[in-house]
Design a protein around this ligand. Structure first.
Ligand SMILES: N=c1c2ncn([C@@H]3O[C@H](COP(=O)(O)OP(=O)(O)OP(=O)(O)O)[C@@H](O)[C@H]3O)c2ncn1[C@@H]1O[C@H](COP(=O)(O)O)[C@@H](O)[C@H]1O
Length: 111
């Protein structure tokens, strides 16, 4: 599902912003896309606390869509995120936190 949505999002690069919401987001730039992710995250948190499952599902869908647009704009392949999640499988969250690189080291490792 996420991969299919990712492909649709990629296909909207350079499309007409009047015809495509995704193209409109790309045209508005990375900061605006990131802001939308933040807004949808806050709305998801609010619905999570309120406990309305239908609204939580709606906001979660908005959040995932905008997160995928951010990944696409940043040229981040979803597979890279999946690989991190996959690498954590079978490890307890507490153990994973202990092994995590200190903040700032991830960028150095990428260089
Ligand atoms: N999953 C989504 C999706 N989720 C949410 N949205 C849109 O995101 C917008 C969020 O509403 P907002 O009022 O927060 O956004 P906005 O109107 O831009 O307001 P501001 O930016 O001014 O805050 C709405 O217009 C929703 O329709 C989505 N738009 C598109 N998709 C998927 O992307 C595909 C391609 O869409 P287009 O790029 O429009 O062809 C679609 O077929 C869908 O599968």
């Amino acid at each position: 599902m996420l991969d299919a949505l990712h492909r649709v999002i990629l296909s909207r690069r350079g499309a007409d912003p009047d015809q495509s919401h995704t193209a409109r987001l790309f045209a508005r730039g990375r900061a605006k896309i990131a802001q939308k992710v933040g807004e949808e995250a806050v709305e998801t948190v609010i619905e999570g606390i309120r406990g309305d499952k239908a609204k939580l599902a709606e906001e979660s869908a908005d959040l995932l869509y905008h997160l995928l647009v951010l990944w696409a704009d940043a040229d981040l392949e979803p597979a890279r995120v999946y690989a991190i999640l996959d690498g954590r499988r079978g490890t307890s969250g507490i153990e994973e936190k202990k092994n995590r690189k200190p903040k700032g080291k991830a960028e150095e490792a990428d260089a």
